[in-house]
Each structure stands twice: as structure tokens, then as C-alpha cells.
Design a protein. Structure first.
Length: 134
């Protein structure tokens, strides 16, 4: 076993050294690529034209700002006329006091679900029909 380790140990050390060199080379390539992208970005930023602000135009617009705000906050000069509400009033009165209000369901049937197609109303109509036939 000792002789095997003596033969494998130099090979392992050589393999580790090669791997470290390869990793160092890859890291250098990655760092180089990052620096290249960073430099390209800096060049694009520096090539941009800087924005120039015309000071007189800015001062003029700044002086107009209070008048613009005052016109926005001022109450409206003309009063808005409301539309006639008589049709709406008539609709409300008719809906409150009209005769066409549907009758509520019977309290007996409230919350109950019919178990067949024959509901209470159908039974009553059938009874009336049979009485008429006799």
C-alpha cells in the first residue's frame, strides 16, 4: 500500500497544480471580460451629451408657476345648472307607492328547498283544477 501511495502522490500533486493553474487562467479571463464591459460602459456614459438647461427659460417657467397654481385652485366662475329632476322624482314615487310591487314569498316556504318538482304553489293549482273538473 505504501508503494502505491508513493506512485500516486506525485501524480495527485501534479494534477492539483494543473487544476489550480487552469482555474487561475479562467478567473483571469473572467476578470478581463468584466473590465472590458466596465470600460465600454464608462465610454458610453462619457460620450453622452450633457443636458444643458437654459436658465432664462427655467426662471420664466418658475415665475409662471404660482399663477398656474392659482388658476387651478380658483373656484369655477359659472355655476353648473342641474338638470330637471322631475322624471327622477316620478320614478322614485312610482317605485315606492306603485301597485306593481311583487308580493313576498310566503314565510312557510322561506329557506326550504322543494324535494320534488311539485312545489306548494303547484299543489294548490292542481287542487283548484281538480275542483273545477268536478
Amino acid at each position: 500500500m505504501a508503494t502505491l501511495l508513493q506512485h500516486v502522490k506525485p501524480w495527485m500533486q501534479c494534477s492539483i497544480a494543473e487544476f489550480e493553474e487552469m482555474m487561475e487562467h479562467l478567473m483571469d479571463q473572467k476578470v478581463h471580460a468584466v473590465h472590458k464591459c466596465h470600460n465600454a460602459f464608462e465610454e458610453r456614459v462619457l460620450e453622452r451629451p450633457t443636458l444643458t438647461i437654459d436658465l432664462t427659460t427655467f426662471q420664466r417657467k418658475l415665475a409662471q408657476l404660482p399663477t398656474n397654481v392659482a388658476t387651478l385652485l380658483a373656484p369655477p366662475e359659472s355655476k353648473i345648472e342641474s338638470a330637471p329632476t322631475t322624471p327622477v322624482d316620478r320614478v322614485v314615487i312610482n317605485s315606492l307607492f306603485g301597485d306593481d310591487i311583487p308580493l313576498p314569498d310566503s314565510s312557510r316556504a322561506t329557506g326550504k328547498h322543494p324535494r320534488s318538482a311539485r312545489t306548494f304553489d303547484n299543489v294548490e293549482t292542481e287542487i283548484l283544477r281538480t275542483k273545477e273538473r268536478q
